[in-house]
Design a protein around this ligand. Structure first.
Ligand code: NAD
Ligand code: 4PL
Length: 246
């Protein structure tokens, strides 16, 4: 199966929601997981709940110096094996309220953060001769053009483009780079936002009924970062009960 025994993993934005479920799935598959989040108390609480040697650390994914230090600490003897770029803001904002400040905050948090961590992690993997992997969490909102999140949709499109480009750049080192595009998921963040009211409409579009759960995404991520997906790179895997048909 998808054993991650002996692998070192970092999951960003993993204090709650989809990131926490990913951290749990990787830890249960045998990986040593660092749960990185701007909410350090939440990251430590998530690590304690997950167990399996998981560790919670405070790190703002938009700050290159903090991210570089976090990754060096996580690497211990050279490099991590798995980076999951999950941290992001999931806004619900009418188009008429989207101004430059919002746009820049979302591009910074949801797209530039992916560059910052991927730059450092793949440099470390190459220096250590490690055939690691990067997994980016994008969104099916990129395909659907989902309302009330225009900057978010643009940032996630950037994540998809960067996934394709970085896969090309680091493939020669045996480093794989893929993305997952979840549909609407009942995460902690969504439950506390107006997105929670969208399930009825989204379920109408899905091929299968039901509210997507963080674990539904985590299981696919655990596969993609495992050796079982060793011949997959540059791909975006859509996980949304069939809402989007690619
Ligand atoms: P969430 O809001 O429940 O959790 C996001 C986490 O990211 C929080 O713990 C938060 O503290 C952290 N975070 C935010 N900014 C950060 C920063 N600058 N540095 C470090 N950590 C930061 O979100 P979620 O719903 O679990 O979403 C997780 C991922 O899945 C995101 O990339 C999101 O875009 C994506 N996604 C979510 C859905 C959905 O419906 N929930 C759908 C598609 C994609
Ligand atoms: C279809 O990524 O993909 C709501 C909130 N609805 O964050 C998302 C859909 C949301 C989505 C998303």
């Amino acid at each position: 199966s998808t054993s991650l025994e002996g692998r070192k993993a970092v999951v960003t934005g993993a204090a709650q929601g989809i990131g926490k479920a990913i951290a749990r799935a990787l830890a249960e598959a045998g990986a040593k997981v660092v749960i990185s989040d701007i909410n350090g108390d939440g990251a430590k609480a998530a690590a304690a709940e997950i167990g399996h040697g998981a560790v919670g650390v405070t790190c703002d994914s938009t700050k290159a110096d903090e991210v570089e230090k976090m990754l060096e600490d996580a690497a211990e003897d050279g490099a991590i094996d798995i980076l999951v770029n999950n941290a992001s803001i999931v806004p619900y904002i009418a188009w008429d309220d989207v101004d430059l400040a919002h746009w820049q905050k979302i591009i910074d948090t949801n797209l530039t953060s992916v560059f910052i961590a991927s730059r450092k992690a793949t440099d470390m993997m190459r220096a250590a001769g490690r055939k690691g992997t990067v997994l980016n969490i994008a969104s099916n909102a990129f395909y659907a053009g989902t309302p009330n999140m225009s900057a978010y949709v643009a940032a996630k499109g950037g994540v998809v483009g960067f996934t394709r480009a970085l896969a090309t750049e680091v493939g020669k080192y045996g480093i794989r780079v893929n993305a997952v595009t979840p549909g609407l998921i009942e995460s902690d963040g969504v439950k506390a936002s107006p997105h929670a009211e969208s399930f009825g409409f989204v379920e109408m579009l899905q091929a299968m009924p039901g509210k997507g759960q963080p674990a539904d995404i985590a299981k696919v991520v655990a596969f993609l970062v495992s050796d079982d997906a060793g011949w997959m790179t540059g791909q975006c895997v859509n996980v949304d009960a069939g809402m989007i048909r690619l």
